[in-house]
Design a protein around this ligand. Sequence first.
Ligand SMILES: Cc1cc2nc3c(=O)[nH]c(=O)nc-3n(C[C@H](O)[C@H](O)[C@H](O)COP(=O)(O)O)c2cc1C
Length: 194
Amino acid sequence: MTSISAIDAIRSQRAIREFSDEPVSEEAVTQLIQAAIRAPSASNKQPWHFLVVRDAEAKRKIGLWYMDSVYSYSGQERPSDGITEPHPIMSAPVLIFACIDAVDVADRLTLGASIFPAAQNLMLAARSMGLGTTLTTLHRPHQDEIRALLGIPESVETAALIPVGYPGGDQHFGGSRRRPAKELTYYERWGATK
Ligand SMILES: Cc1cc2nc3c(=O)[nH]c(=O)nc-3n(C[C@H](O)[C@H](O)[C@H](O)COP(=O)(O)O)c2cc1C
C-alpha cells in the first residue's frame, strides 16, 4: 500500500458512493477503527461504538430503509409499481455505524461533536488506504428498525452510517468543490477578509 500524507488525504477525500467488488480486509477495518478512536471527545469520555456490518441480508434491509428516506427527503419519485430496490450505496463491502452512547453526554451539540471527529478520522484513514467512504445519515429515520435488526440499545444513537469500499464505476478521489477559504476567513473583525 502506498501511503499518502495527511494533508493529501484531507485534500483528496470526498464522498465515494459506488464501490468495486474488491473485498475489504478485516485488518483494514481494524485500522480504520484504530484511527477513529484517536479522535477528540468531550472530557475524553470516548462515548463511541463502531458496528461493522458485512452480512448481505442486513445490508439489503438497511439499503431498503435508506432508499425509503431518499424517496421521502430528496424528492426522488417512488416507483409507480411500489417495488423499491435497496439503495446501491448500502451494498458496499462493509458498512460501519459510528454510534454514540447518548446517555453519556448532556447537550446535543456536544453529543455530535463527540462522534463526528471520530467518523472523519475513520474516513481520512480510509482515504489514505485507498478506500472510499461517505458520511451518511439518511438511515436515521429508520433507526428504530435498525436498532431492532442489529440489537443496538435504545440509549445508543447511530450518528453516521459509513459505507466503505474501493471506489467503483467512475468514482474517484479529489476534485471536490468548496467555497474558497479566503471568502470565509475573517481577521480581527467579523466580515474582514484579506
Ligand atoms: C451531516 C452529514 C450528513 C450527510 N448525509 C448524507 C447521506 O445521508 N447520504 C449521502 O450520500 N451523503 C451524505 N452526506 C455527504 C455529503 O453529501 C457530502 O459530504 C457533500 O456533498 C460533499 O461531497 P464531496 O466531499 O464529494 O464534495 C452527509 C454529510 C454530512 C456532513
